[in-house]
Ligand binder design. Structure first.
Ligand SMILES: Cc1cc2nc3c(=O)[nH]c(=O)nc-3n(C[C@H](O)[C@H](O)[C@H](O)COP(=O)(O)OP(=O)(O)OC[C@H]3O[C@@H](n4cnc5c(N)ncnc54)[C@H](O)[C@@H]3O)c2cc1C
Length: 397
């Protein structure tokens, strides 16, 4: 079936893309993307595109953590035990934890939230989860996966994340791309799409849709008709979808992700390519060169500090604080050679209740708009939405 992909941007890839940073003279991702062993749909797609080796996998789950009072420590469940047993044991042995944390983890795994509108905080309070476990594990996992703090994040979706991620040793592993996303993910997928016969049309911003008999006409900003099509997947933000359909916009909340990219003229000593900060402004401190094993040909040593759900009204003051945190974690006070803050104001659409408006005949909704109980906005969800939409097209043809 002929298929054309129109995208308003000059380069395809959307949020999972990279930009060229002129001072550092290298490609930099809008944000480092972490993946998990439980991303079955994304991994299946990468395998079909012959691109499975773009990801470096942890042999088993390891979370390198740091806090001011405990210094560096690690959560590394034993590889020899089944994960549901290995995780509570590993948690119980973390500095500052004991059997209370281990039992709390078992309660979390065995008692999903009864109410789909409950917040994660309400769920954790009901289960009497100790503050230390929330601070060291639950809040970082919630911010990382939902891009939202436990106070407002939906418990049913968060519980889905936990149950899918921590099913077994294989699912729980983290993976990261070993080259910038444009190279590691987007180009191979575009190549695969072309092989499947998809026509790629960047720089085509759809401004209007018009119904013409049994076809939809896609009209661009200049009023030019780009193509008539019998079926159309709208894989744009919900706000763009609603504008194109002349609908009252559905309320959608988005979450910010800010990344402070830093370049140094010498390597810093981080004990692991990814260090989670506890009680810090930055959540993840990433050694980008370390993750890429020297790929990407950087002239300097590249680090990135991630702040999920960042909502700081005094953003300027955050940068020096993040630098201080990295200096303490890496025990190195040298100033960076270059710094760049990338703030994505609408990084992800948050899990929210919304009404399901029926779509006009021939149009399929592919927008990122997770509902309570569904998985939050990630690469995995994007692939799932694409596959669901494609299946519906095939059903109707
Ligand atoms: C900083 C950051 C870090 C992230 N980290 C992670 C992570 O670690 N792990 C993870 O799994 N996920 C992560 N994500 C989320 C992930 O990137 C997104 O969920 C995923 O890329 C969404 O893909 P999408 O195709 O649905 O949307 P998008 O990538 O937003 O694609 C929508 C496309 O629609 C186009 N468009 C918009 N309007 C029009 C129009 N009128 N006409 C034509 N085209 C139009 C846009 O140009 C865009 O290319 C992160 C996101 C960000 C921003």
């Amino acid at each position: 079936m002929p298929c054309t992909l129109f995208d308003a941007a000059p380069t395809l890839g959307g949020r999972a893309n990279s930009f060229f940073e002129p001072t550092a003279a290298q490609w930099v991702d809008h944000g480092p993307h972490l993946v998990m062993g439980c991303y079955h749909h994304l991994l299946g797609l990468l395998a079909r595109a012959g691109n499975s080796n773009a990801i470096h996998w942890q042999p088993s789950l390891t979370l390198a953590l740091w806090s001011a009072d405990r210094g560096h420590f690690r959560l590394a469940p034993s590889r020899r035990l089944p994960l549901p047993l290995a995780m509570p044991l590993a948690i119980g042995q973390l500095p500052g934890h004991n059997l209370q944390s281990a039992f709390a983890l078992v309660r979390l795994a065995s008692q999903p939230p009864a109410d789909t509108d409950q917040t994660a905080l309400q769920w954790l309070a009901m289960l009497n989860i100790p503050h230390t476990l929330i601070r060291d594990l639950i809040e970082p996992l919630c911010l990382g996966s939902m891009n939202e703090a436990i106070a407002t994040a939906n418990a049913a979706s968060f519980s889905q994340v936990l149950s899918q991620a921590f099913t077994n040793q294989h699912s729980a592993r983290l993976g990261w791309f070993t080259r910038p996303l444009c190279d590691a993910l987007i180009q191979p997928l575009l190549h695969y799409a072309k092989q499947c016969g998809v026509i790629l049309q960047p720089r085509c911003c759809i401004q209007r849709l018009e119904r013409n008999h049994d076809h939809w006409l896609l009209i661009d900003r200049l009023g030019k008709t780009l193509a008539p099509c019998s079926q159309l997947i709208l894989a744009v933000a919900p706000s763009v979808r609603d504008r194109l359909l002349n609908r009252t916009p559905t309320a959608t909340d988005t979450g910010v992700i800010s990344n402070l990219h830093l370049w140094f003229d010498h390597p810093l000593t981080l004990p692991y390519p990814l260090v989670g900060g506890i009680g810090t402004q930055g959540q993840w401190f990433i050694d980008v060169n370390g993750m890429m094993n020297g790929n990407g040909m950087a002239k300097w040593h590249h680090y990135c500090i991630i702040m999920s759900a960042e909502n700081n009204p005094r953003r300027e003051s955050v940068q020096p604080q993040l630098l201080d945190e990295l200096a303490t974690i890496a025990n190195d006070n040298a100033p960076p050679t270059h710094a760049r803050l990338v703030r994505m104001a609408h990084a992800t659409h948050l899990v929210r209740r919304h009404n399901n408006h029926p779509m006009p005949h021939g149009i399929i909704d592919g927008a990122e708009q997770p509902k309570p109980g569904e998985l939050p906005a990630t690469l995995e969800l994007a692939v799932m939405r694409g596959q669901r939409a494609a299946a519906r097209i095939l059903e109707h043809s």
